[in-house]
Ligand binder design. Structure first.
Ligand code: PLP
Length: 230
């Protein structure tokens, strides 16, 4: 199936999931996750109408940004943030979904040249190896980000444990989101949750943004470095 057909199918599934929960259609924003995809593949998705793209690796993303200079593309950073990359991330991306500590938030704010949309990543299932702030640390981090003038705090992001009950994890994130709503400021309206395998469940549990790679672009190619070490 071609990319445009897959995007159409994903958008149709999003619409059905919205309908099941009685929400108005076309409210959930689709971020096409283009990590490990070429600029040619991103362009095909763009030509099919897709405008939001998510990237995990700064260097890879910057090469695609140079190749695709379309001013209406919205780039979302969804990868782990190393502190020596904050300057470029703040200046090249419009959204950052993976802020999980105060120091990184402050560095992004220092480097930003305009308002930067921010989601705080939560380690929703308490996994030792996973990024994200613990739920107990979330209120303090939210307060810290609100004091940073260029960061526009939009909401929360999480990736549930792979073998866990995703619906329960999404529901927990939604509860955290609601519990902070009175204190988190005027822009607090985003729940970034749901990927190719679970986005319909995420929407049923209140996602406003889904991050989808495989269902749009097909299976990801294995990175060369993994082949070498195998
Ligand atoms: C890779 C990735 C996705 C997309 O995963 P798919 O299963 O291919 O849809 C979404 N979010 C993050 C943070 C990712 O790293």
């Amino acid at each position: 199936m071609d990319c445009d057909k897959r995007i159409e199918a994903v958008n149709a599934a999003i619409g059905l999931a919205e309908g099941r929960t009685g929400r108005s259609p076309s409210r959930v924003r689709l971020v096409a996750v283009s990590k490990a995809r070429t600029a040619v593949e991103v362009r095909a998705a763009y030509e099919a109408g897709q405008r939001d793209f998510g990237e995990n690796y700064l260097q890879e993303a910057m090469a695609k940004m140079t190749a695709l200079s379309n001013p209406d593309i919205v780039w979302h950073f969804i990868g782990a943030i190393q502190s020596n990359k904050t300057r470029d991330i703040a200046r090249r991306f419009q959204w950052v979904h993976t802020v999980d500590r105060a120091r990184i938030a402050s560095r992004l704010d220092d480097a930003a040249e305009r308002a930067l949309d921010i989601c705080v990543q939560v380690n929703i299932d308490g996994e030792a190896q996973k990024a994200g702030v613990a739920p107990s640390g979330l209120p303090a981090l939210v307060t810290h980000i609100q004091g940073l003038p260029r960061l526009r705090l939009r909401g929360l992001m999480a990736i549930p444990r792979a073998d866990g009950d995703h619906r329960t994890s999404f529901r927990t994130l939604r509860c955290l989101f609601d519990s902070l709503a009175d204190d988190a400021g005027d822009h607090w309206n985003t729940l970034s949750m749901g990927m190719s395998d679970d986005f319909e469940i995420a929407i049923e549990e209140g996602a406003t943004m889904v991050r989808i790679g495989t269902a749009i672009f097909g299976p990801r190619p294995t990175p060369a470095r993994q082949k070498v070490s195998a």
